[in-house]
Design a protein around this ligand. Structure first.
Ligand SMILES: Nc1nc2c(ncn2[C@@H]2O[C@H](COP(=O)(O)OP(=O)(O)OP(=O)(O)O)[C@@H](O)[C@H]2O)c(=O)[nH]1
Ligand SMILES: [Mg+2]
Length: 304
């Protein structure tokens, strides 16, 4: 960590909200890089994802988090804990919501955010409300929503936006910079995430599984990279796709191995695009019975 430069601003900014509101879409849009996977299904993100935005006079460390929900198994408990704990580290919390009136999840997190704001030790934390997906509603519907949220808490800023279309992002960035304290660079200026390429590769494979399967399968899958061998002009990667039941294994493999082949092809193309090198990707499917419920299995898969 460097000494602060005169006038340089920096800080941690957490993005929280219920699943599927568009948190990861926002992070990718701000960075202009894919660091977090996105699917139309809730509970896509399972870990805290760091994304660093480097600007000439500021560095913003964004924390994308798993969606807040009422967990039904241990994996869900881990996810919600991860999201809530991230809030403690941030200077600014961004509560992202759908363009809908607040529900129980929003009311609960707002209570927590109001407490955090009061308790902020070194410096008061700021809390912004981001009303996302405004491309889906009429302009006239925004003001009544703002009023409803405002009656629950005094937000420092309320910003309607569309992470998908990029609307409102400049205003959001300007607001964030205004609230950041002076501080050092936490990361070197050419770094935009702290995640290992191995992790991103596993996530991209999981994204393809989530996009190509249905019902319980998207949620029952975990991916682990087993081998990573850099050769002269290609990288050889093998990865294991874990499911919870034998029947799920059959679905992931598909008729004559077709589904697994499709997962592999789509993953490989995207990984090649991101890493800029030819990839040989070998996928295996394995049953880890009820892994989402078992602490030891969760740990083995990196959810700890
Ligand atoms: N119409 C519209 N869709 C959006 C917008 N932002 C995100 N989405 C879509 O919403 C879905 C969920 O997006 P994610 O970014 O994965 O949501 P998330 O909040 O990270 O979800 P979890 O990781 O499950 O907590 C995807 O299908 C996105 O394309 C938006 O501004 N407008
Ligand atoms: Mg997400």
């Amino acid at each position: 960590m460097n000494e602060p430069e005169e006038g340089f601003r920096s800080g941690y900014v957490g993005i929280v909200g219920r699943p599927n509101v568009g948190k990861s879409t926002l992070l990718n849009a701000i960075l202009g890089e894919k660091v977090a996977i996105v699917t139309p299904r809730p509970q896509t993100t399972r870990n805290r994802i760091v994304g660093v935005k480097n600007l000439p006079n500021a560095q913003i460390v964004f924390l994308d988090t798993p969606g807040l929900h009422r967990p039904r198994e241990r994996l869900g408990e881990f996810m919600v804990r991860t999201a809530r704990e991230s809030l403690k580290e941030v200077e600014i919390a961004l509560l992202m919501v759908e363009p809908r009136p607040p529900g129980d999840i929003e009311k609960d997190v707002i209570k927590e955010l109001a407490l955090l704001k009061k308790r902020g030790r070194h410096q008061q934390k700021a809390v912004f409300l981001l009303i996302n997906k405004i491309d889906l509603i009429k302009k006239t519907a925004i003001l009544p929503l703002i009023d409803q949220y405002r009656s629950l808490m005094e937000f420092d800023e309320i910003i309607p936006l569309s992470a998908l279309h990029g609307t409102g992002l400049n205003e959001l960035m300007d607001c964030i910079i205004r609230y950041l304290p002076e501080g050092p660079r936490y990361y070197p200026p050419d770094i935009y995430t702290d995640q290992l390429e191995r992790f991103l590769v596993a996530e991209i494979i999981r994204e393809k599984v989530m996009l190509l399967t249905s019902e319980e399968i998207p949620y029952s899958v975990a991916v682990d990279v087993l081998k990573w061998e850099e050769k002269e002009d290609l990288i050889v990667i093998s990865a294991e796709i874990y499911v919870e039941k034998e029947s799920q294994k059959g679905i992931i493999i598909g008729r004559r191995g077709r589904m697994l082949k499709e997962i592999g092809t789509q993953s490989r193309r995207e990984i090649e695009g991101i890493l800029g090198v030819r990839i040989f990707l070998d996928l295996f499917v394995k049953v880890k019975p009820d892994w989402r419920k078992r602490l030891s299995a969760l740990r083995e898969l990196g959810y700890k």
